[in-house]
Design a protein around this ligand. Sequence first.
Ligand code: FER
Length: 246
Amino acid sequence: MYIIDDGLKLDAVLDMPAAMAGEKCPLVIVIHGFTGYKEEDHIVAVSRALNEIGYATLRVDMYGHGHSDGEFRKHTLYKWLTNALTVIDYARSLDFVTDLYLCGHSQGGLTVMLAGGLKHDVIKGLIPLSPACMIPELARKGELLGLQFDPDRIPDTLDAWDGRKLDGNYARVAQTIHVEEAIARYDGPVLIVHGDADDAVPVQYGIEAAKAYKHCDLVLIPGDDHCYTHHLDQAVEAVRSWMAKQ
Ligand code: FER
């Protein structure tokens, strides 16, 4: 199915809980990371676990990713953030939805942190997974994607690590974002999960974000990487047991 955001199609999958207690249930929006999409193993595994404990999930491909409209090279954090706002409002319009939660991996984790700040009054809880909260800071230093560039003279094109190209506007937008403001605006419960051997987003960023939130639990996965390729079961269990208590 598609959710339309200002004329652009966002490809989405809604999965209902395995067993519904009544006619209504809470829903978790699940967002992938940079270059990712909604069918990645860790995105699907987290969603399935939530379905098992009574949550509906809405996995969505963000602008320029997966099967959604938009070109990868033209995506920015603003576009992802406005996508997230649209998806949140779509979810709120569904009759069966009670409470609404946001979960996102990496750049999707950063996106849900920003969206949580903007929609703090309608989001019951936040689950940033290995959140890439360092992107704005790195953009201000001129260090994105393992590249070095002059942050005051951003090149028109940035070459992503997998050979894909990204417009310099990505970095210009990222430079304007202040994650600490979004964190300060969100008072609800937060769970951050992070592998302590993550070399795409060093675990220190997850630890610092967890300290900055007013009510945050942090689960570190020993020896695991950015997408939990070694201990996906542990990352999923962290989400499952935390959400079972909400
Ligand atoms: C970067 C490091 C990590 C970066 C993006 C990421 C755009 C995001 C990773 C992800 O979402 O998985 O330098 O630059």
